[in-house]
Structures are given as structure tokens and as C-alpha cells.
Design a protein around this ligand. Structure first.
Ligand SMILES: [Zn+2]
Length: 348
């Protein structure tokens, strides 16, 4: 049944639930569920302005099932109303901010960044999910069977609906969003993106600005990393940014709680939906215990471009290699990365 009458349009403050009927497809608007025409009613995962600015249209991206798609093929089903009223205005705001570089992005409010990153994350995740539902796909990781991922995704989707519904988060931020600056002297990548779908972490680089986010932690990781983030408020060598990302991604991996969200009852005349949250951490720790061996794997992955071997990362098993801090725990200035062999000898 896909007649229009089966999907009366949602009232402006009503939330949409695509999970009950698993309504993820190219046939329903991702924000309101209205039937859409596949191939016609869609928005790109990576906005047109972004693809143009970084020549991404033809660039390829490898999905978890090892299939290859072009950036321009990544699309989210979106009805004309949500596209023109919600998605495009968001993209215009971020485009204008990004045109001013890092300073412009810093001016954006927390919710805008969360929604913008969230939209791309959503698009990539759903592409993976749909791909998996295709009978010919041979997924390496059965996402649909990952109950933890689904709980997180479902939680994320509540505050994410602020993209369509005017929404106020009562005294919380839904995710941890970090904005870093790279030192352009040894920075060769104008654009870069990566994600960890299972933990809802996402990172995107726009020239000297690097955004890193965990989209479903109610800001817990940012709180835990407050000192590291404060110390990172300076132009960082890209290898230092990679270390910062390793900390966020590993922190998200250790995160042991999923927030619950509760929309408050809407009364006649209300123009905003107020969202409350609760984290049930009574039953256990917020984070699973930190293991240097696990963190070292995260570093190894992020430092691949600099080819730093695990033996060097774990030369001191009690203190994995850091490029952000020196041996005394002081923020380290790294102007030039000399490569894995000489790195130990060089302290600047
Ligand atoms: Zn819609």
C-alpha cells in the first residue's frame, strides 16, 4: 500500500517512526515517511556544494559488502517539502559557513553541526542497510543483525528529527562534536571522510577544518575528553588530528550506554517540541575499561598514512605513543613528521 491516503502527512511537531515498519527505502521520505518517487525525490548524502567544492561526484567509496559506488550515487529518499524546507536550508547554512573557512564553521551552533553530520551519517548507514537487503549482496558484516547498532541508530534518530521538527534539547547535546584545525604545511588532503557505523562516529575534513563526532552519546565523550580537546585548540599536524580521532573512535567503542529520549507532550499553540533525555547508567559503567592494546589498534588504523608500526605505538605498553603530548604530558608541538624510524629520537 503506497497510496497517499495511507500516509497522511505528519503534523509539524509529530515525530516519525521508520523503525516499526522498517521503512527504510528509496520509496519513503527519510524525514516524514511520505511516499517518494525513487530516482526523483532524493537528496544527495554529500551535498551538491560539497561534491562540487571537492570534486567528489566521480570519486569512489567502498561499502562494507565491498561494492563500489560513486559519491554522487549516494542518495537519500526525501519528499519535495522536506527537501526545500529542511534539508536545503541546512545545507545553505553550512555552505555559507564553510565558505568562511574554520572561523565560519566555528560560528555554527551545535545543533546545526549535529544535524549536518547526522544527515551524512544517516545516508551512509542506510545505504549500507539497503545494500544488505539486496539479495545479491554478500555483506561482510550483517548490520541488520546487530542489535546494539540498531538501538543506537534508533536513539540517534530521535534528536536527529530536529532536522524537520522545530526541537529543543532540554539541557543536553545529543552528540559530541569536535572541530579541529590542521596545520596546512604537511596536510595534503583537502577532503577526507570516514566513519564507524557501529558506534555512530563520523569524521569529515574540509580543508583545514576537521569535524569529528560521536552522534549518540549525549556529549559524554566530549566531557571525558575536555582536557585533550582544550589542548587541541591550535593548528595540529594531520598525524596529531589522527591521534585525536583515534581517541574519539576508541572512546565511542568503549561507550556502554545508549541514551533514551522522551518528547514532551505537545499542547495546542506549541511551536517547538521539547526533548528530554535519560541515560540509564545505574546498571553498569558508562565506559567499558580502557585497554591500551585496543586503543593501540585504533591508533594503528588512524596512523596508516604515516605507517607507524604497532611495535612503535606500543614500545611502552603502559603508555602508547602520543604525538599530541610529550613524555611529560605536555601538549607537543609537531611541525614536521619524520616517519616511523626517526620519530622516537625527535622531540621538538
Ligand atoms: Zn518528507
Amino acid at each position: 500500500m503506497e497510496s497517499g491516503s495511507a500516509f497522511p502527512s505528519l503534523s509539524p511537531l509529530a515525530l516519525y517512526d521508520p523503525f516499526t515498519g522498517m521503512q527504510f527505502s528509496q520509496k519513503h521520505c527519510f524525514l516524514c515517511g511520505t511516499p517518494t518517487v525513487p530516482g526523483q525525490d532524493a537528496v544527495p548524502v554529500f551535498a551538491e556544494w560539497l561534491m562540487t567544492r571537492y570534486n567528489l561526484h566521480e570519486r569512489q567509496i567502498k561499502l562494507l559488502d565491498m561494492s563500489i559506488v560513486r559519491y554522487e550515487e549516494l542518495q537519500i529518499a526525501c519528499c519535495p517539502q522536506c527537501r526545500t524546507r529542511h534539508v536545503e536550508p541546512l545545507e545553505v547554512r553550512v555552505q555559507q559557513a564553510a565558505a568562511q573557512g574554520l572561523a565560519g564553521l566555528r560560528e555554527l551552533d551545535e545543533q546545526t553541526l549535529f544535524l549536518w553530520l547526522g544527515k551524512m551519517f544517516y545516508g551512509v548507514l542506510v545505504t549500507e542497510l539497503l545494500n544488505e537487503l539486496m539479495p545479491l549482496a554478500r555483506p561482510q558484516y550483517p548490520l541488520a543483525e546487530n542489535a546494539q547498532l540498531f538501538r543506537r541508530f534508533q536513539a540517534f534518530f530521535q534528536p536527529f528529527q530536529a532536522l524537520r521538527v522545530p526541537m529543543e534539547y532540554d539541557d543536553f547535546v545529543p552528540g559530541s562534536v569536535f572541530l579541529l584545525e590542521t596545520d596546512l604545511r604537511e596536510d595534503t588532503l583537502p577532503f577526507f571522510y570516514d566513519d564507524d557505523l557501529s558506534t555512530l562516529t563520523f569524521s569529515i575534513k574540509l580543508d583545514e577544518a576537521v569535524l569529528v563526532a560521536c552522534l549518540v552519546d549525549n556529549g559524554i565523550i566530549r566531557q571525558a575528553m575536555r582536557r585533550v580537546y582544550d589542548d587541541a585548540q591550535r593548528p595540529l599536524h594531520p598525524a596529531q588530528v589522527a591521534e585525536f580521532k583515534a581517541r574519539v573512535y576508541y572512546g565511542a567503542y568503549l561507550l556502554n550506554v545508549v541514551p533514551d529520549y522522551y518528547p514532551r507532550a505537545v499542547h495546542p499553540g506549541d511551536t517547538t517540541l521539547v526533548m528530554d533525555t535519560l541515560i540509564d547508567d545505574v546498571t553498569g559503567a558508562v565506559f567499558n575499561p580502557w585497554e591500551n592494546s585496543g586503543y593501540a589498534q585504533s591508533l594503528l588504523e588512524m596512523w596508516k598514512p604515516w605507517q607507524i608500526p604497532l611495535t612503535q605505538i606500543l614500545a611502552d605498553p603502559a603508555q602508547p605513543l602520543s604525538l599530541l603530548y610529550d613524555a611529560d604530558g605536555q601538549p607537543r608541538q609537531l611541525d614536521h613528521f619524520q616517519g616511523p624510524q626517526t620519530e622516537n629520537e625527535k622531540e621538538s
